[in-house]
Design a protein around this ligand. Structure first.
Ligand SMILES: Cc1ncc(COP(=O)(O)O)c(C=O)c1O
Length: 344
């Protein structure tokens, strides 16, 4: 029985065509700025996001953490939504690597409001007591929010509040292209209000490795120093960048298929007895599934696995299924059948 792996969109394996593109890549020493494929990818991503420059990194975590370090000094504070990836899933890197504290603002389905951000900004009159609020970070799509998206208008409204108080803006755009495709908008429009934007190639785009950080030329020059300091300077990285260029050409429009499949899965599961799915939160490629009261995650995951379906556990009573390049319509049928068998 084939296994349908819905644990994450990071489980994709490079396609045969992607592997061929990687094998053909022209390479050089990227720490010396001499890898033509890395340089080409950086230029392509900067253009896609409407920024002056971009920098290739091994992971989304590093791209975010380099951004935080580049924007701040130790003792500063950054504002994040309480379920933000930078806050809960990056090993406390903001504290360990940048020496900053976090003020968590409450969100709705992972998304912040201008009022919540305004309330989280420290009063400037008390500078010697309070940390200095320096940076606002948003996440689009918002993973723990359900894969929810910021619209261009909501992003701009948040940027107005941040700018009024002199804050810099960073976007964790690990799945920015999902957010853009879901709304039918240009990724550059969603990126426009931000000083820096990270994007991942290794999620829905199907690459084995890689993320980029984009921003102004001056910002990226400073970020370059921190990438080196954090150990992210790679050498013949063009082999990896070639996968990124391949994915940007071939795997962006098809994200709409992932979203359609997530929607179909969500609507089917929402009809099953005892399961709870917030259909309003299903805006891209994720489905969060609330289990019946008292259900044991491990037992559900084992039963699903026995039926050829892998899902992820988020917290007690909450599972997650994510669609991606390696899940087709038959995989969604199999997942619906497996949950249907268990939900009786
Ligand atoms: C929203 C978000 N940001 C950042 C990351 C970090 O990416 P990486 O796993 O490449 O470090 C992830 C990973 O899943 C994510 O979901």
């Amino acid at each position: 029985m084939p296994t349908v792996d819905l644990r994450s969109d990071t489980v994709t394996r490079p396609t045969a065509a992607m592997r061929e593109a990687m094998a053909r890549a022209e390479v050089g020493d990227d720490v010396m700025g001499e890898d033509p494929t890395v340089n080409g990818l950086q230029e392509a991503v900067a253009a896609l996001l409407g920024k002056e420059a971009a920098l290739f990194m091994p992971s989304g975590t590093m791209a975010n953490q380099v951004a935080v370090r580049t924007h701040t000094e130790p003792g500063d504070e950054i504002i994040l939504e309480g379920t933000a990836h930078i806050y809960i899933y990056e090993g406390g890197g903001f504290a360990a690597l940048s020496g900053v504290s976090v003020c968590c603002a409450p969100g709705e389905r992972g998304l912040l409001t201008p009022a919540a951000v305004a309330a989280a900004i420290r009063a400037p009159g008390s500078l010697s007591h309070f940390p200095v609020t320096r940076l606002l970070c948003l996440e689009n799509s918002a993973n723990r929010g359900g894969g929810t998206v910021y619209t261009p208008a909501r992003t701009r409204a948040l940027a107005v509040v941040a700018r009024e108080h002199g804050l810099a803006l960073h976007l964790d755009g690990a799945r920015l292209l999902n957010a853009a495709v879901a709304q039918g908008v240009d990724p550059a429009e969603l990126a426009e209000p931000f000083d820096s934007v990270s994007v991942c190639l290794s999620k829905g785009l199907g690459c084995p490795v890689g993320s980029l950080l984009a921003g102004s030329r001056a910002f990226i020059e400073r970020a370059h120093r921190f990438r080196k300091q954090f150990g992210g300077g790679m050498r013949q990285a063009g082999i990896l960048a070639a996968a990124g260029l391949h994915a940007l050409e071939r795997h962006v429009d098809r994200l709409a298929d992932d979203h359609r499949r997530a929607r179909r899965l969500a609507e089917a599961l929402a009809r099953l007895p005892g399961l709870e799915v917030d259909l309003e939160a299903v805006q891209t490629n994720m489905v969060y599934i609330g289990l019946p009261a008292g259900a044991d995650n491990a037992a559900w995951l084992a039963e699903l696995k026995a039926r050829g379906v892998l899902a992820g556990a988020v917290k007690p009573g909450l599972l997650r299924a994510v669609t991606h390049l390696d899940v087709d319509d038959a995989g969604i049928d199999a997942a619906i059948d497996a949950f249907t068998a268990l939900a009786r």
